[in-house]
Design a protein. Structure first.
Length: 88
């Protein structure tokens, strides 16, 4: 079984295989985090703006339908933004 670990904070990479482990210090690894995650098909979505939207739903300022529509829009915009960044 293969396992890959990226320690972006410490700029370290570990590859574990059935035949052993490889540990590498890769200066600048942390700066390449978005590129590496994107290559792995991982999209990071900033959900901090959802807090206000959820509070609006809970307090009744918006209904479930508006909450759902605005949530979908936020996620779609985030995915489009990530896709655009991966092209650069």
């Amino acid at each position: 079984m293969d396992k890959v670990t990226f320690d972006f904070e410490n700029d370290e990479f570990v590859l574990m295989t059935d035949s052993g482990e490889v540990h590498e210090h890769l200066p600048g690894l942390g700066m390449r985090k978005p590129e590496i995650l994107s290559a792995a098909g991982i999209i990071q979505i900033d959900l901090s703006s959802m807090r206000e939207l959820l509070e609006d739903l809970i307090t009744g300022r918006i209904d479930q339908e508006e909450f759902t529509a605005r949530t979908e829009e936020m996620i779609t915009d985030s995915i489009k933004s990530e896709f655009h960044n991966s092209l650069n």
